[in-house]
Design a protein around this ligand. Structure first.
Ligand SMILES: NC(=O)C1=CN([C@@H]2O[C@H](COP(=O)(O)OP(=O)(O)OC[C@H]3O[C@@H](n4cnc5c(N)ncnc54)[C@H](OP(=O)(O)O)[C@@H]3O)[C@@H](O)[C@H]2O)C=CC1
Ligand SMILES: O=C(O)C1=N[C@H](C(=O)O)C[C@H](O)C1
Length: 253
């Protein structure tokens, strides 16, 4: 299979490139914005043009930035290809574009490509529904280079918690508290971002009540987890019909 990689020079992209280079698959094309900081095989097309990337790939994996994801989605309307999108911080327009492309080709969007987080997401949904009276607070920790906050994963986890209680996340999410903010309201879901050092990714979903609390935590210790997860779901995605898929669909959980 020929992969197209958006964000090939990035922190995750470089790991992805190395894994695929050492496998039976190949890299048809890579896309990034700035200078070329790593070596590619001579048959790999290096481009910053999404159309060229799609033309030279059987499946595209995207760990980049929302602007790059948008250009790939726009090009995919004309040249649909299976897309695995891992970039976070997408706006409503970009998410709608993804929906449009998914009518033409299989698209999988996951804010976290790890199996552990996929399971965590199912757990928090169950706990949120069963422990209805418990206050939910989510804390995520990431490296100091991360540009979006809260993390895509934290937002997905918050969305699962809200949905399990029949709440609209937009109405109940609180991302900061400072000053005389008053007592916590019952339905609030707090989502807080910590940034520092080289933390790969840590998410804690806490359920707090009087007399007890439960905290569910996932910690990623290597970015290889995300890269390997994305490759695994790509192999599943290429055999699917057009549609918008989740990581749960690909993992069968
Ligand atoms: N779903 C998941 O499991 C995970 C998702 N992520 C998400 O993946 C994304 C990338 O993360 P990370 O690897 O740490 O980021 P980096 O900043 O290290 O890498 C970003 C890559 O995207 C490229 N890029 C940025 N803007 C453009 C553009 N306009 N056109 C083309 N290429 C562009 C960069 O190229 P250049 O450097 O040349 O500008 C670089 O290759 C983030 O959104 C992050 O949240 C990260 C880990 C796991
Ligand atoms: O930017 C990162 O590094 C990560 N981003 C994803 C997110 O925003 O949830 C996934 C992972 O936690 C690492």
């Amino acid at each position: 299979m020929k992969y197209g990689i958006v964000g090939a020079t990035g922190r995750v992209g470089q790991i992805l490139v190395n894994i695929i280079k050492n496998s039976d698959d190949s890299i048809g094309a890579v896309m990034f914005e700035g200078p070329q900081t790593i070596e590619f095989e001579k048959e790999t097309v290096i481009t910053n043009d999404a159309k060229t990337l799609l033309e030279n790939s059987d499946v595209v994996i995207d760990f980049s930035a929302p602007a790059a994801t948008q250009s790939v989605l726009e090009a995919a309307i004309e040249n649909p290809k299976p897309l695995v999108i891992a970039t976070t911080g997408l706006n409503d327009h970009q998410q709608n574009l993804m929906l449009e492309v998914s009518k033409l080709a299989p698209v999988l969007y996951a804010t976290n490509m790890s199996l552990g987080v996929a399971i965590l997401n199912k757990l928090v949904s169950m706990v949120s529904e069963k422990l209805r009276d418990f206050d939910i607070e989510i804390v995520e920790q990431h490296h100091h280079f991360k540009v979006d906050a809260p993390s895509g994963t934290a937002l997905t986890l918050a969305e699962s918690c809200a949905k399990a209680r029949g709440l609209d996340l937009k109405e109940v999410m609180v991302t900061g508290r400072s000053g005389h903010v008053g007592a916590r309201t019952k339905d609030e879901i707090g989502v807080f971002a910590v940034r520092g050092g080289d933390v790969v990714g840590r998410h804690t979903v806490g359920f707090y009540n009087e007399g007890e609390f439960l905290e569910l935590n996932h910690t990623a210790t290597s970015r290889e987890t995300f890269a390997r997860g994305a490759i695994k779901v790509s192999k599943w995605l290429v055999n699917q019909k057009p549609g918008l898929y989740s990581i749960n669909d690909a993992l069968g959980i």
